[in-house]
Design a protein around this ligand. Structure first.
Ligand code: SF4
Length: 360
């Protein structure tokens, strides 16, 4: 029987496993505390557990570790980490300093099979799913690197699942990781500090709302099915009507709105008619629209709208009472873009474009 990485085990799994060897429920909380608050790297160092209990734990579990391969620092303070997985694949994790927040953008898959036409990750194909432990460990590792003395999550204030991969295409492991991020005895992230970004797997959006209800970002990018299907093949499976119906069922509020990401492509989705249709589609939902003007890249066939076109589009949305933002880019000099916005990476727009929930 292969052993389980403790970093990817939920409390329920731990309780279950420990019960199997006759141990009480509270032992699971002790393990979680020592894993996240004391940051132990070996089961033998869990000195709050009896020696016998540690030996039992070692029969089914171990504490794994991502290997840091490289770190890059942008002029604006954005840091990009490259981690190697046990099988040799690598993933990127990006830390963005913004006002008084430290936001970590994590990956959920190696590659992606959604094939969005504007995304360089999508063009490079899919390798494999990340385990919950590999998702969670990105946060633990970065917290340790930036803040070796502190506990659990260190000074990381927000997590966005917006790195490489489509999180809802790795549903079970992503849900586990989100649960682990929220443990009171562990990293203690509130759901409003956790954002999941999706290209639009409609049924999973509804399930996500029912199970963990973290903040939601949806990559929209077009206002009719023909153009959206051209840009994002997922639209052939779940069209705009299905996507928006799922968003309507998501438990969002005006205090915690759904973010719709909309990359502006010249001549494709940037007209005032498109803006009007966008208002029609999402105007009655508690949403924020995040506009990301595309920047040209030799491998991609799209053009960036001119400045006036972008301004007119923004003004139209604002005039129609849609909350809209276009933001200063971060980490452009180290290509610190995430999978969801990998197209925009090439000229500088990055995950900092995503407006996060306000601080409390
Ligand atoms: S934009 Fe996101 S969902 Fe689409 S191919 Fe890229 S990583 Fe995958």
């Amino acid at each position: 029987m292969s052993k389980l990485n403790l970093k990817g085990m939920t409390r329920a799994q731990l309780v279950d496993k420990l019960a199997g060897i006759g141990k009480e429920r509270y032992r699971a909380d002790q393990v979680i505390r020592w894993l996240y608050l004391q940051r132990v790297r070996e089961i033998d160092r869990m000195s709050n557990l009896s020696r016998a209990c540690r030996e039992h734990l070692k029969t089914f579990a171990f504490i794994g570790q991502l290997e840091l391969v490289k770190e890059e620092l942008s002029q604006d303070g954005t840091r990009k980490f490259l981690f190697r997985l046990e099988d040799g694949h690598t993933i990127e994790t990006v830390l963005i300093a913004d006002k008084n927040r430290l936001t970590l953008c994590i990956s959920t898959q190696v590659g992606c099979r959604m094939g969005c036409r504007f995304c360089l990750t999508g063009r490079s194909g899919f390798e494999r799913q990340l385990s919950a432990a590999e998702i969670v460990d990105q946060v633990i590792q970065v917290a340790e690197i930036i803040d070796p003395e502190s506990l659990a999550r260190g000074t990381i204030s927000n997590i966005v699942m917006m790195g490489m991969g489509e999180p809802l295409d790795n549903f079970a492991e992503v849900i586990k990781a989100l649960e682990i991020f929220m443990y009171d005895d562990g990293m203690q992230f509130s759901r409003r500090r956790l954002t999941l970004s999706t290209c639009g797997l409609a049924p999973r959006i509804v399930e996500l709302g029912e199970l963990v209800n973290v903040s939601l970002a949806v990559s929209l990018n077009a206002v009719d099915d023909t153009r959206r299907s051209q840009l994002m093949p997922i639209n052939r499976r779940y069209n705009l009507a299905q996507l928006l119906a799922a968003c309507r069922r998501y438990p969002a509020t005006n205090q915690r709105r759904i973010t719709f990401e909309y990359i502006l492509f010249a001549g494709l989705n940037d007209s005032l008619e498109d803006a009007a249709r966008l208002v029609e589609l999402v105007g009655d939902l508690p949403v924020k629209v995040n506009l990301i003007p595309f920047n040209e890249h030799p491998e991609l066939p799209f053009k960036r709208p001119d400045h006036q076109q972008i301004v007119d589009f923004v003004n139209f949305l604002q005039d129609h009472k849609v909350s809209v933002m276009t933001r200063r880019s971060k980490g452009a000099d180290i290509s610190a873009a995430c999978g969801q916005l990998r197209a925009a990476e090439t000229a500088g727009e990055t995950i900092s474009e995503i407006e996060l929930e306000p601080e409390t």
